[in-house]
Design a protein around this ligand. Structure first.
Ligand code: PEP
Length: 260
C-alpha cells in the first residue's frame, strides 16, 4: 500500500532551545510575548520551548492552557542518585516537560556526550513518559572530508540501538550540522534534504518504512525567519530546532508561521 505523502503524515514541529539564556523574569516576559504571537497556530504546527532548568517551573505555569509544550535541554540517564549538578528525567516530567533534547552538539563538544550516553538517556526519557529530540550532525571538518553521511549514520545507529519500532515512531531526530549552529551559516536546502532523506532511509533500515515515515526529522542550524519557509518546504524536513532565533518572540513566531 502506498504511504501517505510525508508532508501530510507528519505534523511540523518547531522547538526553541534557549540554551543557557534567560533569567526567570526574562523567561516569563518571552513566554508572554510568544503566547500572544502564536495563539492562532493550533493544529498545523506543534511548538515547544526548552528554557534553562531554573526557569522550567515558572514557565510551565505560564504555559498553562497554551499550545506550547515544554522541553528539557538534557537529563541524566539515572532516575536519582549521587550525581551532583545533574537533573533526572522524572524531575523534568514532574515539571511538565513533554520532550527532552538529547545529544546536542554543545553537549557532545563541551561535556563529552556520546552516542551510547544518548542511547541510555533516551531510555530514561521514555521511562519517565516523555519523548526525546535526538540531535545528530557533522562538523565542518567531517563535511569537508566527505564523511557527513557516515558520521550521521554512526550517530543515528548508536543513539537508537535497542528500541522497538513502536517506541521509535514517536522519537524526534534533529539534524544539526555543527558548522551551522550559531554561526549564521545555514545548510543549503539541498544539503539539508540530502541528509534528512539519508536519515529516513536509515530509520527504514533500523525499523521499517512505516515507522520511518512517522518520525519527524527537524533541521537545526541558524534557522531564521528568512530561511525557514524554504527549509520547511523540503520533503523530509518536518520542523526546526531553533537556537538563537528562539530568544526573540518576533523571530521565533515568524519561524512557527513559516510552514505553508
Ligand atoms: C541549536 O542550538 O540547536 C541551534 C540550531 O542554534 P542556532 O539556531 O542558533 O544555530
Amino acid at each position: 500500500m502506498a504511504l501517505p505523502s510525508a508532508s501530510l503524515a507528519r505534523r511540523c514541529f518547531i522547538a526553541g532551545n534557549w540554551k543557557m539564556n534567560k533569567t526567570v523574569a526574562d523567561s516569563l516576559t518571552l513566554v508572554r510575548e510568544l503566547r500572544n504571537a502564536i495563539s492562532q497556530v493550533r493544529d498545523r504546527v506543534e511548538v515547544a520551548i526548552a528554557p534553562p532548568f531554573t526557569a522550567l517551573h515558572p514557565v510551565a505555569r505560564a504555559l498553562e492552557d497554551s499550545n506550547i509544550a515544554l522541553a528539557g535541554q538534557n537529563c541524566h540517564a539515572s532516575d536519582s542518585g549521587a550525581f551532583t549538578g545533574e537533573i533526572a528525567a522524572p524531575m523534568l516530567k514532574e515539571l511538565g516537560c513533554s520532550y527532552v533534547i538529547l545529544g546536542h552538539s554543545e553537549r557532545r563538544q563541551f561535556f563529552g556526550e556520546t552516542d551510547a550516553g544518548v542511547n541510555r538517556k533516551t531510555a530514561a526519557v521514555l521511562k519517565a513518559g516523555m519523548l526525546p529530540i535526538i540531535c545528530v550532525g557533522e562538523t565542518l571538518e567531517e563535511r569537508e572530508g566527505g564523511k557527513t553521511l557516515s558520521v550521521v549514520e554512526t550517530q543515528v545507529k548508536g543513539c537508537l540501538q535497542g528500541f522497538a519500532a513502536a517506541e521509535g515512531a514517536k522519537f524526534v531526530i534533529a539534524y544539526e550540522p555543527v558548522w551551522a549552529i550559531g554561526t549564521g551559516k545555514v545548510a543549503t536546502t539541498r544539503q539539508a534534504q540530502e541528509v534528512h532523506a539519508h536519515i529516513r532511509a536509515l530509520l527504514t533500515g533500523i525499523w521499517n518504512a512505516d515507522t520511518a515515515q512517522q518520525i519527524r526529522i527537524q533541521y537545526g542550524g541558524s534557522v531564521k525567519p528568512d530561511n525557514a519557509a524554504e527549509l520547511l518546504a523540503q520533503t523530509d524536513i518536518d520542523g526546526a530546532l531553533v537556537g538563537g532565533a528562539s530568544l526573540k518572540a518576533a523571530d521565533f513566531s515568524a519561524i512557527v508561521k513559516a510552514k505553508g
